[in-house]
Structures are given as C-alpha cells and as structure tokens.
Design a binder for this molecule. Sequence first.
Ligand code: ADP
Ligand code: MG
Length: 684
Amino acid sequence: MQKGNIGVTTENIFPVIKKFLYSDHEIFIREIVSNAVDATQKLKTLANKGDFKGETGELKVCVKVDKDNGTITVSDRGLGMTEEEIDKYINQIAFSGANDFLDKYKDDANAIIGHFGLGFYSSFMVSKKVEIVTKSYQEGAKAVKWSCDGSPSYEIEETEKADRGTDIIMYIDDDCKEFLEKNKIEELLRKYCRFLPVPVAFGKKTEWKDGKQVDTEEDNVINNVTPIWTKKPSDLKDEDYKEFYRELYPMSDEPLFWIHLNVDYPFNLTGVLYFPKIKNNIELQRNKIQLYCNQVYVTDSVEGIVPDFLTLLHGVIDSPDIPLNVSRSYLQSDSNVKKISSYITKKVSDRLQSLFKNDRKEFEQKWDDIKIFINYGMLTQDDFYDKAKNFALFKDCDGKYFTFEEYQQLIKDNQTDKDGNLIYLYAQNKEAQYSYIEAAKNKGYSVLLLDGQLDTPIVSMLERKFEKSRFTRVDADIIDRLIVKEDANKSELDAEKSANLSAIFNFQMPKLDKTEFHVEAQGMGENGMPVMITQSEYMRRMKDMAHIQPGMSFYGEMPDMYTLVLNTDHRLIKEVLADSETHTAEQLKPIEAELKGLHAREAVLHQQQEGKKPEEIDQAQKDELDKCHQDISAEEQKKNDVLAGYGKDNKKVHQLIDLALLQNGMLTGEALSNFVKRSIDLIQ
Ligand code: ADP
Ligand code: MG
C-alpha cells in the first residue's frame, strides 16, 4: 500500500469546499456520472480507432444507492485508470484547477456555485470517504483501489476487479443522509443526467405484482441518449419536436412553433427553442430554457446568454463554448457569449420573418400568442425592432391583421389631423369601449385592439419610432375632437348658458374614490349621445404605465380624471337647459344683476390700477378690489347653490349622469340601485 498527499496547497481545502458549495451539494452526482460517461465515450473512441481491440460489450453507467451501508456507487465500463493515471489525474491535477479557482472567485461565491464543475472532488461535498476501484482497459492492467477520507492524504493499493472500468464509491456524510434516499437520487439524475449520451441505469424498473411493487429484469434507464437537438433537422418531423416538448414540459400546452439551432462556427451551439403558449403572467414563465454542455445539464437560468426577451421561450441550448465556470458579469463581456446571443436573436427573427412570408395565415393565427414575445423584444432590443417592424402585426377590433406599413396606408387618408399627425385610434377592451368604437367606425375610422400586456409601452415606443403619429384611445375625447381635421367652430351655446348647464350637472356628479369629474358642454350633433364620459389619453396612459413600471407610482396615486361631456345639440340637454332657465330665472335674476354690477366695478378698478407698481396704488383702492373679488365669489356661490338646488331634484339630470356612468361601467352599489329604482319610476 502506498500513502501520499493530494497535490493541494491549502491544508484544509476540504472544509472550504464543503462550506463554499454548501447550497449546491447536489451537483456531485452530475460530476461523478459525467466522468463515468466521459470514460465510456473515451473507450468508444479508442475502440473506433482500433487502439482498443477487446470487446466493448454493453456500455452503460450504473448508479446504486445502498442505504444500509450509507454509500452511493457510480460504476462504468469505460477506459478505467492505471495507478499512474490515478496519480496524474486524481492526485495531482484534478484539484489544482479548482484551488486556483476558489482563490480567484472567493468573493463571487454565488455566481460560481453550480456553474463550475469541481469535478471528481465535488464528491467530498457529501462524502466522508470516497473510494475509486478501477481497472484500466490496457492489457495486463492491475486493478487499483484509491481511497481518501476527506483529509488531504490518500491511500492506494492493488485490488481485485473482474471487469474493466471504474467504481466510485461515496460514503455519504451523516449530515447529507437525504442523498441516500432513492427518490432523491432519481430526481437528481433526472435533472442533471437526463440527456447524457450513454445510458445511465438507476436500479431496475419495477412492476406491480401480487400486491406489491417488485423489480423487473429491465434496467431503469433514466436518460434519453439521443435528444432531438443532437439530430439533424432534416431527419426530424414536427411530431418529433412536439414529443420532445412534451418530454420537457409535460404540463404545458402544445408549443406554437420552434427553432432548431445548429452552428459549429465561430462557436458550437445546438438546441431547440420553442415559442410556448403563454398563459398570462410573464414572470412565472421564465427559467424554462435549459442550458447543457455536451448533454450535461448545467442550469436553467440563461440570462446573459440568451437575450432577455427570449428567456421567455422554452427549450434547450447545448454549447461547449459557453464558459460555465465564471461569474455572470463576466459572461456578459465574453465575446463568445455575445456572439451566441446575437446569433439566437437573428435565428429567431429570421424564423419569424419566414413564417410571416411563407404562411401569413398561420402567422396571423398564432399572432395573439406570440405577440408578447415580439413586443417584449421590440421594447428591449433595438436590433430586434428593426427586424420585427416588418412582420409585427396590428389587429383591429374586427380581428383583421395588418403590418405597420399596411396599417399606415389604410388610415393615412382619413385619420390625419389638421397638423399632419397620423392618429391611430385604439381600444383596450372591446366590450367596455363598445360605444366609442362604434362611434369611431361610423365616422369611417379604423380602431385597433391593443389589449396585450405590453401594449401600453409599445404605444409609447411606436410614437417615438413612427414619424408624426399619435395613438389615442377611442374614449379619450368626443368623436369630433379625436382627430381634429379643422379648427373647431365655436360652440353655438353662449358661454354663460354653457357654464350654468355644466354647473347643474357638476354638483350632481357622484363622489367616487380617487376619481374626479370635470363637466363640459359641447355640441355633438342631435343624433349623438346626450352625455358621454371621456378620459384624456395622457393621464390614462401615464397611469397604465405606472402599473407596469416601477418608479412611476406618482402617476398611479393620481386620481382618474374624467370629463362628462353634455351634448348641447341633443334634445334632452336642451330640455334640461330650458327647464332650468324657467325654474331658476327668478332666483338667478337678482344674483346675476348683482354679478353684472360687480364685474363692471371690477373692470373699472382694474383699469385704474393698470400699469402701476404695487407701491403706487393706495391702500383704499387695493382694499376695494379685494372686497369686489370677495363679493363676486359670494355671488357665484349663491348662484351655484341655486343651480345645484335645481339639479338635485331633477330626475333627468340624474338619469343622464347615471346613463353615462353606466356606459363606462362606473355605476355600482347604491348608485346603481337608485338608478334602477328611478328608471322604474320613469316607465309609464
Ligand atoms: P474533468 O472531468 O474536468 O477532467 P474531474 O475532476 O472530473 O475533471 O476528473 C479528473 C480526471 O479523472 C478526469 O479527466 C479523468 O481522467 C479521471 N477520471 C475521473 N473519473 C473517471 C472515471 N470514472 N473513469 C476514468 N477516469 C476518470
Ligand atoms: Mg469531470
């Protein structure tokens, strides 16, 4: 027997490994199994080249858990090791790389955990002792047993082993007993070893017999050795891609379509990316792309490697050229990684472009589902926008699709305002904004349906990208002012009457939480609605943005501001006005006379004081003006009280307000109930 020290510089490196990689102990299984796979592959290569002349036999890796003895054993029939090789690969070399690495990245522990293969020595994260029993493929090789109990010293001796290959026997630590559970190991094998290129058997398949679960003869092979990304696209059918998708995500709906990645220059990368059918929450759908390195699972967090917007896709990427042993911040500056990222973006946009070109109908059918990816991509990556603007679609309220270009042509003639701005009208909810959509359509306008999660920021982005264009929701204003074609002619109603009418309604508006109403009188044609509610585009959009963008909560706190527009051309409004005039004339007469006098007085005073500096005006004059203002407010108040008093008892006013609220889904609770009662009363 021979004893020696492993070639490490730090005496107590094992405790360091244990502590350092504490949170990711489980990767030991990946490391040990992938070494077994490597050894098997190497043997195959030797056999192919004729350097190994014996029988390879059935090549497979076996994993066994022995709970009673507290061991996990990984066995292969690969090329094995001679004593010299153990010395070279295990005692000397294996650790030095890791040691340097730990030194260098001490401060970046989280970043490296799980991304750096500590290789063989990761077995010590979970073991108090590890044995290697191995016999080289070389003729006349003697079997050797190496063992190490977690201190830097090891023992090596000759032993008996019938078969070529290596057994790694891990004596599991007392505080890692969970790894002696069959289920746990099976779960880890499925996670890390699912697509390894050599069959990995974990015990036997079981079957139900005589009332219990018993082992069959058949190995329980946990991996698929030829996942589709290792095959040629030309050898694959749609069904193969779908089947593989089901294998990866048994709970998901069928994917919309997929992209087979396959490059070998200037970097190596294979994989299949799927556009999933996304339900509604984007966040929950991330981390569905799995990164492999030569079929060994590495991670499912691929940010930095895949462009941000594509992390919403599903699928696998396999590349030996992605540096796995470095921190995330380093990843982003790695030139291979950058190339990979732009390659993937390009592949995705090419695929979308060709789908659009070759099968527009299918593309349109899938549009609603893929829209979120494309919108996200356009918002976050300018180079993607430049490609996507040619195939991104608008959908109108009738379900027709247009490219940006086509849509612009469509609305150019009818929806350009007097200042030459192209006005894109849209609705966010076909039901809620129904009457506004109808009004716009009657006017010959087209209305887009922008009901997607990212449509609000998209609208703002497109306003920046398109020249002289504005997006306006259909209910942002009365129809005549949505697209102003010529300077509005003055409202026929005189200002005084308008103000009175507005006041009558204004005082009857409901007091809603975080909601403010402003009332305005405006001619909208005798066939228009008597009242309607509009909400200005700007504030509404800012509030929408506040919902999705942190840092805009200021807008989120603002009240919703609506305008109640009274149609002065409408019979009912005219009636209210006429009726109010008869009923309030007497009360208003003295007030109005008083106001008239006060305003005249005010004008005189203003004139006297005009052009003078404050110190040149004598105090008496100043006081008089102040008094005059006070009197005006007092009279205004009186007048408002009269108008409010009139409105309060007027059923028509309340009915009209409620109808407008109802149309906008804002009439609820007690107000709704009052409305219903009043409506019943009104039915004669
Ligand atoms: P790496 O796999 O990156 O080379 P490891 O620490 O995992 O690093 O392994 C070190 C070396 O030990 C391997 O390169 C290989 O030569 C040898 N080795 C490990 N496991 C086996 C095995 N099961 N069969 C044969 N050789 C092995
Ligand atoms: Mg290894």
